[in-house]
Design a protein around this ligand. Structure first.
Ligand code: PLP
Length: 381
């Protein structure tokens, strides 16, 4: 028996019909996964990983320990170097996941006298990291630079000469797929000597000619204090990295508990990351993905669905329904017809702002996109 107060929370969630179950993925047309480029199914990546491992005589399963102890491997340095070249940054540090990287960064870099201003829709990993740390934190309205400026101005009287100000946002928001005006935010941070952190988890492999993300494509890499990239989305492997100056990386190695006190990711996973980067150079999947995103948006217009969807040029296209029962009904219908979009309920989004999220992939056909939107349209007429 679990404590009554835990059982009460379980019962309450069950009553709200948003009880989370760990369902097995169904064999439906995928509009839900983060495998934007189809790399999870790539034989080339699979074979290349094994070829690299054998060629370099790496016959090792687990990593054997945390990176500070026996878990480090020459591949960490190799992949970090590759990341620095790809994203034009001075240094990089690999973590076990993006969740772990955000926890590691936000729990130790912003300190007692510091202030974090973060977008109200920021990912849970950043919120959790902030909650573990000692800095004061304030949310600003989603993608609203004017609100950020207003909140900064309100807090300015409380800054001390020791205060560092951190601004946290995402280049592609994980729920709605939308993007802030990153250039304007970067200018604002430069002007005020604030430190900008951009989570690029959903931009990598989607934006830029070689999937290098938005920070580099927009040419603002020098104005960003730290970037997070995840290898678990478009690259479809596992792990993540924080990119920044060598001093930041040295600091994280010393003081970031979520990365030090855990078993490092295994050489095999690092090699998969390396093989996925090679595939990014060779593949036409990014081009195909972006064609599909454009096609999806054309079909939204044709089906008069555009006004229900958040404006997004990313692989994430999301409509807000604001009614959990209706979301369930629509998703059930689409599932029955063979399609798998993602219903998004509270607590991932606030109650009354429930959504249906469509993740577009390079491997979705135009026919699948046309069909799923023509099935969706009658629910809005
Ligand atoms: C914006 C954002 N940041 C970080 C993460 C965590 O990344 P990972 O899946 O590698 O733990 C996610 C994953 O959902 C995300 O959407």
């Amino acid at each position: 028996m679990i404590p009554k107060k835990l059982q009460d929370q379980l019962d309450a969630r069950n009553a709200e019909i948003t009880f989370r179950a760990l369902d097995m993925p169904q064999l439906l047309v995928d509009f839900a996964s983060n495998d934007y480029l189809g790399f999870s199914m790539s034989n080339e990546i699979f074979d290349r990983t094994h070829y690299y491992l054998e060629n370099e005589f790496i016959f090792q399963n687990g990593s054997k320990g945390s990176w500070l102890l026996s878990g480090n491997h020459q591949l960490y340095a190799e992949v970090e170097e590759l990341i620095c070249e790809t994203y034009h940054c001075n240094a990089a540090l690999i973590f076990n996941s993006g969740y772990n990287a955000n926890l590691g960064f936000f729990s130790c870099v912003p300190q007692h006298d510091d202030i974090i201003f973060y977008d109200e829709l920021i990912h849970a990993s950043i919120r959790d990291g902030i909650a573990m740390g000692e800095a004061k934190a304030f949310a600003f309205k989603h993608n609203d630079l004017e609100d950020l400026k207003r909140i900064c101005q309100n807090e300015q009287p409380h800054f001390t000469e020791n205060t560092e100000v951190y601004i946290a946002t995402e280049s592609v928001f994980s729920i709605d797929g939308d993007t802030p005006d990153l250039v304007a935010i970067a200018d604002f941070c430069e002007l005020n000597k604030f430190r900008l952190i951009v989570d690029e988890a959903h931009a990598i492999g989607v934006f830029g000619k070689e999937g290098e993300g938005l920070v580099r494509s927009l040419g603002i890499d020098k104005s960003v204090f730290a970037r997070l990239i995840s290898f678990g989305k478009a690259l479809s492997s596992h792990g993540a990295a924080i990119l920044g100056d060598q001093g930041l990386i040295d600091y994280l190695i010393q003081f970031s508990s979520p990365s030090s006190y855990t078993t490092a990711i295994a050489p095999h996973s690092l090699m998969t990351i390396k093989a996925s980067y090679k595939e990014l150079e060779l593949t036409h999947a990014i081009k195909k993905l972006n064609q599909n995103i454009r096609f999806f948006k054309e079909k939204l217009k044709e089906n008069q669905l555009e006004k229900y969807f958040t404006e997004s040029n990313s692989a994430i296209q999301c409509c807000t329904i604001s009614d959990s029962e209706k979301v369930k009904k629509i998703v059930r219908h689409l599932n029955e017809k063979g399609f798998d979009p993602e219903p998004i309920f509270s607590p991932t989004v606030p109650k009354g702002q429930e959504r249906i999220r469509f993740c577009i992939h390079a491997y979705n056909s135009e026919d699948e996109i046309s069909k799923v939107l023509s099935l969706l349209a009658p629910f809005f007429s």
